[in-house]
Write a protein that binds this ligand. Sequence first.
Ligand SMILES: [Zn+2]
Length: 293
Amino acid sequence: MIRFRIGHVTATLIQETVDKSFDFLKFFPQADAELRDENLSWMAPGHYDPATGRMLLSMHSWLLDTGRHKILIDGCVGNDKDRPGRPDWCNLQTPFLDRLALAGATPEQIDYVLCTHLHADHVGWNTRLIGDRWVPTFRNAKYVFSKTENDYWAARYAADAKNHHILGYVDSVLPVIEAGQAMIVDDYAEIADCLSIEPAPGHTPGHVAIWLKSKEEYAVMTGDILHHPIQVKYPQWSCFGCIDQTLSARTRRSVLEATCERRALLLPGHFMAPHAGYVDEGVGGGFALRWAE
Ligand SMILES: [Zn+2]
């Protein structure tokens, strides 16, 4: 089991799948083959497959146990979800909830679910299919969504019903709101005594960074502010899916700066093993990732 301690709090990785579907150069429009190959010594084979040109992305949630609360950060893709635009996310059947139970939390024990943003690979386990209805998976939990993010998707879901992120909003966010379990928060919010939410826009308009502080130790859960460890070295590389590429890059740099200053443990949403690390100042305006033990 992959588990880190931050003060009194533990953060445990709950992995759903490994996504190998994204071509590295298409994923990062600013990347080129030369810079990619300069980094092969550490990227391959754990984070990049030279045989296919594709990257490896871990699809996972973080389970936080504060002693008082059990908190799930991001909800992966989920089971039974219809995602025609993304075959690798379509109708998954994974034992995610068994893995969560092994890590120490049944669905009933989860007190909060926080979503860094409302893309389909971060909201999936918010709901599960019971009969023909999507119902909240964590029936005793408050689900924390950013108001800016929710407003963005709420304004769009009627317009483009086939987009996989819109489908995710409809089957994995709206049922939670309808069940009265959503806690829709403004730009800055404090949750469960140890978490603070700060705006981190760019990848999506209401993306947030989730900061954890316990006993003067920090961690930060960054969702899709970063997808791949190469972006620590080249924070200017936004991904093709970032809605505002320039703002995404600016946010990435400022979150990496704060992570470095606070000596915080970086807990990203998609990094492969060892999944977490610390950020040091790097050369050439970037940063250097020091993997956690
Ligand atoms: Zn993602």
